[in-house]
Ligand binder design. Structure first.
Ligand SMILES: Nc1ncnc2c1ncn2[C@@H]1O[C@H](COP(=O)(O)OP(=O)(O)OP(=O)(O)O)[C@@H](O)[C@H]1O
Ligand SMILES: [Mg+2]
Length: 266
């Protein structure tokens, strides 16, 4: 049984007189415990599919199944808890007026996680789990660096104890060294908590490092899906081939080193 199935999903947006076909008959499965990367150029429909999986947008056609049950457009609390989203810019998803501790506590309260009396302790454990000192619970999001903020957003996704996390460009706004650390954290958490990831990124070196399988989107269509090794070593689709050829594939460390060097050469 797949954890999640996207079945013949299409999405059209109407803007004024024109209709944008953001997704066109997209189907794929996500297996429990895997990391499925979604790649494709800007505007190819990656965030749209993420939003449909999360129930933020409804599909024009088709359906999304979670544990073999079709997800309704309007989701109850249990289903909202089951699938979590980590976005590119955590500033827009964290309430600026709430302390980090209050935001995490709210997630626990809303979803009724643990006993009330234990929740403050759970907030500290969550911060620890994402590598932040527990004193950070008193800070506001504005008082954190981008990488620290992203760790808080990850902690909030963990607070709900969901097994499936959709990550939409989670490291794209971070500088490369911080990016490597956040990626390492995501990999560790995945192992420790047996999470399933749908990892949207335009960075193919990230895909190579973290994904088990890759789905390639082009203009709203899923043009290729396969194991990371197969797609990288022998891309079948002409678009995928162009995409792979256009991006130099280097390891994370190598990339970090390169950036560091170019930094010192400025
Ligand atoms: N709310 C919306 N209203 C109208 N059009 C939209 C909306 N959201 C997305 N689109 C359009 O749908 C298409 C797919 O957009 P989407 O955001 O899914 O792309 P993406 O692959 O995530 O791109 P990027 O890599 O830049 O984030 C684009 O043409 C976009 O302009
Ligand atoms: Mg996007």
């Amino acid at each position: 049984m797949s954890l999640l199935s996207v079945y013949k999903v299409s999405k059209q947006f109407t803007v004024g007189d024109s209709v944008v076909q953001a997704l066109d008959d997209v189907s794929f499965d996500v297996q429990e415990g895997e990391c499925l990367a979604i790649v494709g150029e800007s505007g190819s429909g990656k965030s749209t599919i993420a939003n449909i999986i999360l129930g933020i947008y409804s599909a024009t056609e088709g359906s999304v199944l979670y544990k073999d049950k079709e997800l309704p457009d309007k989701r109850g609390k249990a289903l909202r808890r089951a699938i979590q989203l980590v976005q590119q810019n955590p500033l827009s998803s964290l309430n600026p007026r709430r302390t980090i501790g209050a935001s995490l506590r709210l997630a626990l309260d809303v979803h009724g996680i643990g006993e009330k009396k234990d929740r403050n302790g759970m907030v500290e454990t969550l911060l620890e789990e994402v590598g932040l000192p527990s004193e950070f619970r008193h800070r506001s999001p504005a008082a954190l660096s981008g990488g620290q903020r992203q760790r808080v957003a990850i902690a909030r996704a963990l607070a709900c104890q969901s097994r499936l996390v959709v990550l939409d460009e989670p490291t794209s706004a971070l500088d490369v060294l911080v990016q490597a650390r956040v990626l390492k954290l995501l990999e560790d958490l995945k192992q420790r908590r047996n999470l399933t990831y749908i990892f949207i990124t335009h960075d193919l070196s990230v895909v190579r490092n973290i994904a088990d399988r890759v789905a390639v989107f082009e203009k709203g269509q899923l043009v290729e899906i396969g194991s990371t090794t197969d797609v990288f070593e022998d891309p079948k689709n002409p678009y995928t081939r162009r995409l792979m050829a256009a991006v130099p594939i280097v390891g994370r460390d190598e990339q970090a080193l390169r950036d560091k060097l170019s930094e010192t050469m400025k």
